[in-house]
Ligand binder design. Structure first.
Ligand SMILES: [Zn+2]
Length: 327
């Protein structure tokens, strides 16, 4: 990892410079593609002023309502899916995201026709708008969705090895994790990295149980693990990485604030963590801004944040080898 990048990162933090931070190589491993762009980009394209949400959301439902009313509504078709995906790639390139994992739902594949059509469009977008970004697409299924329906489609979706990881998202633990065991086992045979949204709203024990049951490699969020030292030690012992999203957690009231963010405890217990954007079109905070906020709040030192940055950049080294073999 380059010395120059570490120096630039330190300078950016100490000078509180967003401009410098944007030049530092970073990763974004927790990013829902249709909500991954910047409000400004969509606003300029649509010629409409969009005001970012000023107050935290009371629930995921309220957040979704804000998204429908303030973002989707500016598009002539009331959706603007492809423009929103374009915005996410543009943002990654602009923010110097070198390693990018973005997640897609099954309905997004269906929306564009076949898997072949979908891949063609996404690869084109990647090469056009984010040519310098290493892109690792993630397949995201909904907590509460029907596992048999997913299993019936999974081989067709995974057989060309386009997707690199699997995720469960939406209403956390809407169904028991064991319901998705077969889906995760099948994905594992394709060499996918296994992740799930858990420990965002739930408990520390939910995190441990879901990791064990689904044999997760990483957890999206997982911040509630900070409520139980035993679970934190267990995650550290097994080196389960948490891909956390500070502003998302603050805006959904899952964290008391940046200066008391659960990241401090998780890091101190030796759990590998990364910093990510989640839904930038809603939370209005880039990965660069997340690093600056964590430093300015006094929560973490330059050295600690740089370690976290490097965790993210190193995230896919192992998997690259797995993929070469799988193909
Ligand atoms: Zn998420």
């Amino acid at each position: 990892m380059s010395e120059a990048a570490c120096k630039l990162f330190q300078e950016a933090l100490e000078m509180h410079s967003l401009e410098l931070m944007r030049q530092v190589p970073k990763s974004d491993l927790h990013n829902h593609v249709g909500r991954g762009g910047s409000i400004q980009y969509i606003s300029q394209w649509a010629g409409v002023e969009i005001k970012p949400a000023a107050e935290p959301f009371a629930s995921l439902a309220e957040m979704q309502k804000w998204f429908e009313e303030n973002i989707k509504s500016v598009f002539p078709d009331g959706n603007g899916y492809l423009k929103r995906v374009e915005a996410a790639f543009v943002q990654a390139q602009y923010d110097k995201i070198e390693v990018l994992a973005m997640s897609y739902g099954l309905d997004e594949i269906d929306h564009l026709g076949s898997m072949a059509d979908f891949v063609k469009i996404m690869d084109q977008m990647h090469h056009t708008f984010a040519p310098e970004v290493k892109f690792y697409p993630e397949l995201s299924i909904g907590w509460g969705s029907d596992p048999d329906r997913i299993l019936s489609k999974l081989d067709e979706i995974l057989s060309d090895h386009w997707f690199c990881s699997l995720d469960l998202c939406g209403k956390e633990l809407a169904a028991p994790p064991e319901r998705y065991k077969k889906v995760y086992q099948r994905a594992k045979t394709y060499g996918l990295k296994l992740r799930a949204h858990v420990g965002e709203f739930g408990t520390a024990e939910d995190v441990k149980r879901t990791v064990e049951l689904l044999e997760l490699d990483e957890v999206h969020h997982g911040i509630r693990a900070a409520e139980d030292a035993r679970v934190m030690n267990w995650l550290a012992d097994h080196q389960i990485q948490l891909n956390i999203c500070p502003t998302s957690n603050v805006m959904l009231k899952n964290s008391p604030g940046y200066d008391r963010y659960q990241l401090r405890d998780l890091y101190d217990h030796g759990i590998p963590v990364t910093i990510n954007s989640d839904d930038m079109l809603i939370f209005n905070s880039s990965v660069s801004e997340e690093y600056l906020k964590l430093y300015q709040s006094g929560l973490m030192t330059v050295k600690e944040l740089d370690q976290i940055r490097k965790n993210g950049l190193a995230s896919y080294h192992d998997q690259k080898q797995r993929f070469t073999v799988a193909k």
